[in-house]
Design a binder for this molecule. Structure first.
Ligand SMILES: CN(C)CCCNS(=O)(=O)c1cccc(Nc2nc(OCC3CCCCC3)c3[nH]cnc3n2)c1
Length: 278
């Protein structure tokens, strides 16, 4: 299915990601809301353009209730812009939720945090299972990339492209923002791997509890030392020891000791808490 930009009415710009601009749009034929992610490919080599399009095609095949759905892509040659049409998530992103909690001196409900953990595990399981031996690494799990729909479902968004787009940009552009969620193995120059996504998931769940990342520092050098050391304070006392235990598992410095997604999904502590939620 490949539509045209005239099929949509642009409602407003909702912001700029690392390599793109996002718009809230409405499909004229059915009135449904979507997000356009507009990626300029003018400066890209032919090879990189092909990689970008094949990456989007791969992602558009991912259908999962906990992954922001890619619906279509429109290549607008006149402006050398690739428009990726994605599901509109009514509830916004977790970064906004965390900011609201900080401003109102409130904390997120533990049950909500277990739901986010559980649904993110299902999203990563979908990415990590071998789709004809292709494993999609998210590489950019953070609160701003996790969304909520109108029914309280948690959706992992904005992934896969980062790998292609990062390769295309100069190094200075790829490190956008502070890498709070960077794993110890990546800091030590190792390859980003499945367990690095698990580390980032641990950072995300920790930040939902504490409203700040597990590792912080005045500069990248200090932050890197803290991450390699792997020591972090307990989540606020009103959260359960069970939640603290699961976060500690996810934030194992040695990636070999970090659990796989399956191990988390079947962990007795997780199963107990999520069963209470559903
Ligand atoms: C910058 N953030 C702190 C604020 C973001 C939140 N505010 S917002 O943009 O107006 C807003 C309010 C309510 C719902 C939604 N829904 C939504 N947002 C997406 O991306 C947000 C965008 C991504 C690029 C950088 C800027 C933000 C989606 N991507 C795929 N489906 C999406 N659904 C967005």
């Amino acid at each position: 299915m490949s539509g045209h930009i005239e099929d949509y009415e642009v409602l407003n710009v909702i912001g700029t990601g690392s390599f793109s601009t996002c718009y809230k749009v409405q499909k004229k034929s059915n009135g449904h809301l979507y997000v356009w992610k507009a990626v300029g490919y003018g400066g890209m080599s032919e090879e990189k353009k092909q990689l970008l399009v094949s990456e989007v095609n791969l992602l558009s095949e991912l259908r999962h209730p906990n992954i922001v759905q890619y619906f279509d892509r429109i290549i607008h040659k006149e402006t050398a812009t690739l428009y990726i049409i994605m599901e509109w998530c009514e509830g916004g992103d977790l970064a906004t939720l965390i900011t609201k909690c900080k401003k109102s001196n409130s904390f997120l409900d533990e049950g909500f945090i277990w739901r986010v953990l559980y649904q993110m595990c299902h999203a990563l399981h979908e990415c990590h299972r071998n789709i004809p031996n292709i494993t999609i690494l998210h590489r950019d799990i953070k609160p701003a990339n996790v969304f909520l729909d109108g029914a309280g479902n948690v959706k992992l968004g904005d992934f896969g492209l980062a790998r292609i787009l990062h390769k295309d940009a100069s190094f200075a552009q790829t490190v956008v923002g502070t890498p709070y969620y960077m794993s110890p193995e990546v800091i030590k120059g190792g390859k980003y791997n499945i367990k690095s996504d698990i580390w980032s998931l641990g950072c995300l769940v920790y930040e939902l509890c504490s409203l700040s990342p597990p590792f912080t520092g005045p500069n990248i050098k200090h932050l890197a030392l803290k991450i390699k050391e792997g020591k972090f304070s307990r989540i606020p006392a009103h959260y359960s020891d069970d939640l603290q235990k699961i976060i500690s598992l996810l934030l194992s410095v040695e990636h070999k000791f970090r659990p796989t997604i399956e191990m988390i999904l079947h962990h007795p502590i997780v199963v107990t808490h999520v069963a209470q939620e559903t």
